[in-house]
Ligand binder design. Structure first.
Ligand code: LLP
Length: 386
């Protein structure tokens, strides 16, 4: 039997579906992140896109991390949560002028830029303000992350980053953009990586590029390796905190830091993934000709990952301990993709039971939508629901 996520009694008065976050687990995870990364003086910028819940941001802020933002809205959310602008990196293949201006006005640490047209716009907007913008070039390292094709980003056919064969040209052009200061390189090869090998390849590629740039007399003050460390969706209780020790050790071992150089990371999922669960109630049991369906009051409007990426989330009925049956667990949305899991073994399930979708802390609440005029889910935290 897997560990029950929380006593049902706490949830009885709450309207489902909602997100329930284990604040202690989040703090414990952050402690490991800080401990393991500070061994090597690495800088950590939490990827806000994984979960921008204000309370989550505030707990992460307390741990001293910086942030990685991909929109003006995320920059605003981060500033509101108290993150200093000096720890904000701003990425994204399509930054709007107002978003760039927001970054410039707040003197954020760095713009991770992806193309010559973007660099030209940042330069123009910085010039108009009489400022110098700090930029890092996001390079597409052409390293295969061996993950779902929707969340792989470091291969040539992707829209992300500057391709290796174009880097020299971009560096040539950069010399004419006087309101920009190149402060480093940025990479991100993909998300939910469960092996360390692609990161080793990334380190090797970064070293090669570093050599190449040194020949042009460019000394990179900063290297940003992005995010991507995966979590164990199948065994959330056995592996509630990802192996940050091996992760950072790998970079330490395979990437030789130059004197004075700072190394940065942008983990998202690995920090918040396991601390969040989506709590729903069973609306109906429906018997098809071949299958039994558990119809939940949560759908892909609250947790999109299974519909969008075929992602696996552990499903638990925390109200029943009867012997198990096999069900398809589906949501109420009018689309066949609104299915959380096929042929799942659950204890005999009844209307009104609480069903928990585990490991939903990352890209759950942040990807929720109001499709079908549904309300966005509420969120509750373990330490304020005693
Ligand atoms: N840095 C950059 C530039 C990114 O694009 C991402 C994620 C991250 C950092 C954080 O990656 P993480 O550590 O969370 O793997 N919605 C998808 C995941 C999309 C990831 C997009 N980029 C999902 O639910 O699996």
């Amino acid at each position: 039997m897997t560990k029950k996520v929380s006593p049902v009694a706490k949830f009885k008065s709450l309207r489902t579906p909602f997100y329930y976050y284990d604040a202690d687990l989040l703090r414990a995870t952050l402690q490991v992140v800080v401990e393991e990364s500070s061994k090597y003086d690495y800088h950590i910028h939490y990827a806000v896109k994984a979960n921008a819940n204000p309370r989550i941001l505030s707990i992460i802020h307390e741990s001293g991390l910086g942030v990685d933002c991909v929109s003006g809205g995320e920059i605003e959310a981060a500033l509101k949560a108290g993150f200093p602008a000096s720890k904000i990196v701003f990425a994204g293949v399509g930054k709007a002028d107002w978003e760039i201006n927001l970054g410039l006005d707040n003197n954020i640490f760095c713009f991770n830029a992806e193309s010559i047209p973007e660099l030209e716009v940042i330069n123009e907007l910085a010039l108009a303000k009489g400022k110098t913008a700090h930029v890092a070039l996001r390079v597409n390292p052409e390293v295969d992350a061996h993950t779902h094709h929707h969340i792989t980003t470091g291969t040539k056919e992707n829209k992300f980053g500057i391709n290796l064969d174009q880097l020299d040209k971009v560096l040539d052009q950069l010399e004419n953009l006087k309101s920009l200061r190149l402060i480093g390189l940025h990479f991100h090869i993909g998300s939910q990586l469960t092996e360390l090998e692609p990161f080793i390849n990334l380190c090797k590629r970064a070293e090669e590029l570093q050599e190449q740039l040194l020949k042009r007399n460019i000394h990179l003050e900063n290297i940003n390796f992005g995010g991507g460390l995966g979590i164990d969706y199948r065994h959330p209780d056995q592996h509630s905190i990802p192996d940050f020790k091996s992760y950072f050790e790998t970079f330490h071992r395979y990437f030789k830091v130059l004197p004075g150089q700072q190394v940065h990371f942008e983990p998202g999922r690995s920090i918040v993934g396991q601390c969040g669960n989506l709590i729903s109630k069973v609306l109906y049991l429906k018997e098809g000709s071949f299958k039994k369906f558990v119809v939940l009051d949560a759908g892909f409007t609250e947790l999109l990952r299974p519909a969008m990426y075929d992602a696996y989330h552990q499903i638990e009925n925390i109200s029943s301990s009867e012997k198990t049956e096999v069900y398809d667990v589906v949501g109420p949305i009018c689309e066949s993709s609104d299915c959380f899991g096929k042929d799942r073994e659950l204890p005999l399930t009844n209307r009104g039971d609480f069903v928990v979708l585990r490991s939903a802390g990352a890209y759950g609440e942040s990807m929720a939508s109001q499709y079908n005029c549904r309300q966005l889910p509420q969120s509750y935290f373990s330490d304020s629901l005693e």
